[in-house]
Design a protein around this ligand. Structure first.
Ligand code: C2O
Ligand code: CU
Ligand code: CU
Length: 519
């Protein structure tokens, strides 16, 4: 049997899909893994959920087993499911050989149970936070938040989805059979050492551009096939990558109907040809698969970020294939989804300004320039010697001394300090904050704990419709800024403050984070 180039690539998990977007036959699906569906875990009769962070191993590459971390399993974690109005007691055990925390990203809860860098769980220890769940239905996630090693723990596999349900959303008739027409999609890029271990190194390249993987895992698997219902599919997309942005598109160009953002449903579906998702962001997307025809979810090269054009991301790259040939689904796409509060006629005065600063930007960018980063977007693809020089910086650049790492980046000119809480904000009051970027050439997805906010303006303009709903992470571009309207309903004492940080985890771990109390 002779294989086409695409089939060979498919078998090795690196399918490159040529534009224009034709329907891709699902080649050699039998040799490809099925999309793993993380099991749902709901509170038991006592309202508790147990979660154990543990070490394990997985086979991702032929060259060797990969040592991993996971929650209640070797890699990633179960999908936690909670209902609005309930209080869930999490019983989190740390069976790792090192300290960690678990942060409930997007859950609007008090500072003492938020799981930020101050709520450390020692090896062998157990933490029992009670989470009061009171916010609209949403696709959230959880991950460690230990300073300064969040990036490394997430790379090793600590991350999972957290779903909030409510009655209004249940009544909409959205696809809701888990793994059948309600599909979790956790996208993460990785790079491997020769012995199979995950690559991770805190060097100049890392503190400058963040983690640069050379392959993609979807729910912990390379280039899987999702056999789904034949009908409307609801994709719950999490960009769980440390730094990478994805520009998602269906291989046959079918419409992506965006129904939800970080903190819940939009007012109405937004039809899009492609959807950009930054690190830490979630979007819920409906796709019409009633015809039963297969399609791929692909990621296109991300304009404005040369480093993200390194192969295999210099062209359309297939992330996974959908084969919607199962039983007929009965979910529908409603015209109206949720009602969001309108903005007050008069916005409060600006009471917070946050600038993302890169202290080692000159050195970092200088080295990347010398390696030829400007030529990475050359027509015809990145020249071989540029790929080699950039990869060398990423992989072999020497690890920075810890002190240098911790001061490489900053917010408002100050690198993060665990023991310093520079700001207190009033509880329960709408606040107008401005987040901008200090003139480096990077995009920073900025995340805030303890809230879901609304974007008032992004780069001086009202947000496009799919960015106008509840958000907890906002992309600040080179020279750009965001104005947000935010309220903190819960308290966060100085000993358990909330974080505001760049969700490029290498930036977070190198100082681009600040904290504040709420009283
Ligand atoms: Cu998803 Cu402060 O983190
Ligand atoms: Cu968070
Ligand atoms: Cu950043």
């Amino acid at each position: 049997m002779s294989l086409t180039r695409r089939e060979i690539l498919a078998a090795t998990g690196t399918v490159a899909v040529a534009a224009p977007f034709l329907t891709i036959p699902s080649v050699r699906a039998e040799t490809r893994p099925a999309l793993p569906i993380p099991p749902i875990v709901s509170p038991d009769e006592n309202g508790s959920i147990a979660l154990t962070a543990e070490a394990g191993q997985m086979r991702f590459v032929d060259s060797g087993m990969t040592p991993t971390f996971g929650y209640s399993g070797p890699f990633l974690g179960p999908t936690l499911r909670m209902r609005r109005g309930s209080e869930v007691e999490m019983v989190v055990t740390n069976a790792l050989p090192e300290e960690m925390t678990v942060h409930w990203h997007g859950l609007v809860i008090p500072g003492v149970v938020d799981g930020g860098p101050h709520q450390i769980i020692k090896p062998g220890g157990t933490w029992r936070p009670a989470l009061p769940v009171d916010q609209p239905a949403a696709t959230l996630w959880y991950h460690p938040h230990i300073y300064p090693a969040t990036a490394e723990l997430v790379i090793k596999g600590l991350a999972g989805l957290l779903l909030v349900d409510d009655d209004e959303t249940d009544a909409l008739g959205l696809p809701s059979t888990w793994g059948v027409d309600d599909i979790p999609i956790v996208i993460q890029d990785r790079r491997f050492e020769e012995n199979g271990a995950f690559f991770h190194r805190f060097n100049l390249a890392a503190v400058t551009v963040g983690y640069v993987g050379d392959r993609v895992l979807v729910n912990g698997t390379q280039h899987p096939v999702a056999k789904t219902a034949k009908g409307w599919l609801r994709l719950r997309i999490l960009n769980g990558s440390n730094a990478r942005t994805y520009r998602l598109k269906a291989s046959d160009g079918r419409t992506l109907h965006v129904i939800g953002s970080d903190g819940g449903l939009l007012e109405a579906p937004v039809s899009m040809d492609e959807l950009t998702v930054h690190a830490g962001e979630r979007f819920e997307v409906m796709v019409d698969a009633r015809s039963g025809e297969a399609f791929d979810l692909v990621t296109l090269p991300v304009a404005g970020s040369p480093i993200m054009h390194l192969p295999p991301f210099h062209q359309a790259l297939s992330l996974l294939t959908f084969e919607p040939t199962g039983a007929e689904g009965n979910g529908t796409l409603p015209d109206r989804l949720a009602s969001l509060p309108s903005f007050p006629n008069e916005l409060p005065p600006v009471s917070g300004r946050f600038t993302m600063d890169m202290n080692l930007d000159k050195e970092g960018m200088g080295a990347l320039m010398k390696a030829g980063i400007k030529r990475v977007m050359a027509p015809g693809g990145p020249p071989g010697e540029v790929v080699k020089a950039l990869t060398d910086l990423i992989v072999n650049g020497p690890t920075l001394p810890l002190e240098t790492q911790l001061s490489a980046n900053a917010v408002n000119g100050k690198s993060y300090e665990l023991a310093e809480v520079p700001m207190n904000v009033p509880r329960g009051q709408p606040l107008r904050w401005v987040i901008d970027e200090g003139g480096d050439q990077m995009l920073h997805p900025v995340h805030i704990h303890g809230c879901q906010y609304r974007i008032v303006s992004l780069n001086g303009k009202p947000p496009v419709p799919h960015m106008a709903g509840w958000k907890d992470t906002v992309p600040i571009e080179d020279g750009g800024s965001a104005e947000i309207l935010v309220t903190f309903p819960h308290a966060a004492p100085p000993e358990a403050p909330y974080m505001l940080h760049c969700h490029i985890l290498e930036h977070e771990d190198s100082g681009m984070m600040t904290q504040f109390s709420v009283t």
